[in-house]
Design a protein around this ligand. Structure first.
Ligand SMILES: NC(=O)c1ccc[n+]([C@@H]2O[C@H](COP(=O)([O-])OP(=O)(O)OC[C@H]3O[C@@H](n4cnc5c(N)ncnc54)[C@H](O)[C@@H]3O)[C@@H](O)[C@H]2O)c1
Ligand SMILES: [Zn+2]
Ligand SMILES: [Zn+2]
Length: 398
């Protein structure tokens, strides 16, 4: 492959992203050779709520970072050591980068691979503290350990037909599904999902796929709640001054749920008259209030170890004020961390290809151009009930 041009979305500091020329990817990360990697021409690449934490200045992300970890593409070059992926394959890239060789990868815990980030377990493309791998809100990207990481779609034409659904396999669909699985959702469950952003909506669609009897979604953005209702969920507007238990009881008759999924994370706002103020522990505390004794709490919402924008000193180090005794007394189990996307993406791909789920419709995908990415970031931050999917080469729109 001769060197070609590339463009990507760059973090310029709090509140600002731009689209700039960037290097064409190499099969390397600095001095580290990646003969096990491939280069992808990107078909679709999504903007995530996790990117917003950086863009809102709530992390230590460095200026100049190429953003983007939700990548779907076509293989245009394979490294020397790639055996089972070929040029031309259309693939979904799990946002977790995993070596497939370490103790955690061997146990299926690909969100905390030990060999891809010198600073801590776990890596991702284009993310602060996640190993320095170049992001994929771009035209081209390099994916290491390609045989292990990539999910190949069975048929190109079928994949292109469903690409706005399949693009969600790189992160939010598996993440929402994992939130529900770890919360113990099954047939007949009463489920509460905190947050009606794209992850919350994906979790709500997943809960329905898993057979939940009643899926209740709480948020304080009416447009997002309407989106949850559009596919059969109950919605709770948290701007009301009532306890969450009472609002749930109005729907089900009981102030508790079988399963609770936190799709909010550390930038959580208070409820009722406090809804415009941040209360980072509020969702976790309401999880312990609302979940039945013996129930499980799935926590895909992100919590951080450093938050320069937190209101108090403790929260700046990720220390939150939890009523942990309540969760202990009720024998709750808590499930945290990055979603190990690979555990679910193949099965969820089949659910899409066989029309068992309309995930793009549930999260309200809007396709945009690469040049429109800054607008996508701004609208998303403004609370749009949309999942923005960038089509950098116009391959989908065409
Ligand atoms: N674990 C993982 O692997 C993983 C993967 C992707 C995203 N995430 C995280 O999941 C979270 C959600 O992502 P998203 O893209 O949907 O982001 P988002 O910011 O669009 O959604 C968060 C929603 O929570 C709402 N909210 C705020 N306080 C609330 C409260 N107290 N109760 C209920 N809702 C409240 C907000 O109004 C917003 O609609 C983020 O923290 C993101 O970083 C984690
Ligand atoms: Zn994401
Ligand atoms: Zn590993």
């Amino acid at each position: 492959m001769t060197s070609a041009s590339n463009r990507g979305v760059i973090f310029q500091g709090a509140g600002k992203v731009t689209v700039e020329a960037i290097d064409f990817p190499k099969l390397a990360l600095g001095e580290r050779r990646c003969d096990h990697g491939v280069i992808l021409k990107i078909l679709t690449t999504n903007i995530c709520g996790s990117d917003q934490h950086m863009v809102r200045g709530r992390t230590t992300a460095p200026q100049g970072l190429v953003l983007g970890h939700e990548i779907t593409g076509q293989v245009i070059e394979c490294g020397r050591d790639v055996e089972f992926i070929s040029v031309g394959d259309i693939v979904s890239v799990p946002f977790n980068i995993a070596c497939g060789r370490c103790r955690n990868c061997k146990e299926g815990k690909t969100g905390i691979c030990l060999n891809v980030n010198p600073a801590r377990p776990g890596a991702a493309y284009g993310y602060v503290d996640m190993g320095g791998w170049v992001g994929g809100q771009a035209e081209y990207v390099m994916v290491p350990y390609a045989d292990f990481n990539l999910l190949k779609f069975p048929d190109r034409e079928q994949a292109m037909e469903k690409i706005t659904d399949l693009t969600l396999l790189s992160d939010i669909f598996p993440t929402g599904f994992h939130g529900c699985v770890t919360a113990g959702v099954g047939p007949g469950s009463i489920v509460y999902i905190a947050g009606a952003g794209p992850v919350g909506l994906a979790a709500a669609a997943s809960a329905r796929l898993l057979g939940a009897a009643c899926v209740i979604v709480g948020d304080m953005i009416p447009e997002r709640l309407r989106q949850a209702k559009s596919f059969g969920c109950e919605a709770i507007d948290l701007r009301q001054d009532a306890t969450l238990g009472d609002m749930v009881a109005e729907i089900t008759g009981t102030p508790e749920v079988d399963a609770f999924v936190d799709c909010v994370g550390f930038e959580a706002h208070g409820c009722g008259h406090d809804h415009s103020h941040e209360q980072p522990a509020t969702v976790l505390n309401s999880a312990m209030d609302l979940t039945r004794a013996g129930g499980q709490i799935g926590i895909p919402g992100l919590y951080v170890t450093e938050d320069p924008g937190a209101a108090d000193k403790a929260a700046q180090k990720g220390a939150l004020s939890l009523r942990f005794g309540l969760g202990w007394a009720k024998s709750h189990s808590f499930h945290t961390g990055q979603c190990p996307v690979m555990r679910y993406n193949r099965a969820l791909m089949q659910a899409i290809l066989y029309d068992r789920v309309d995930i793009a419709k549930a999260v309200n995908v809007e396709l945009i151009t690469l040049d429109d990415a800054p607008r996508g970031y701004a609208d998303f931050d403004g609370g749009a009930a949309k999942k923005f999917v960038i089509d950098p080469h116009g391959s989908v729109a065409a």
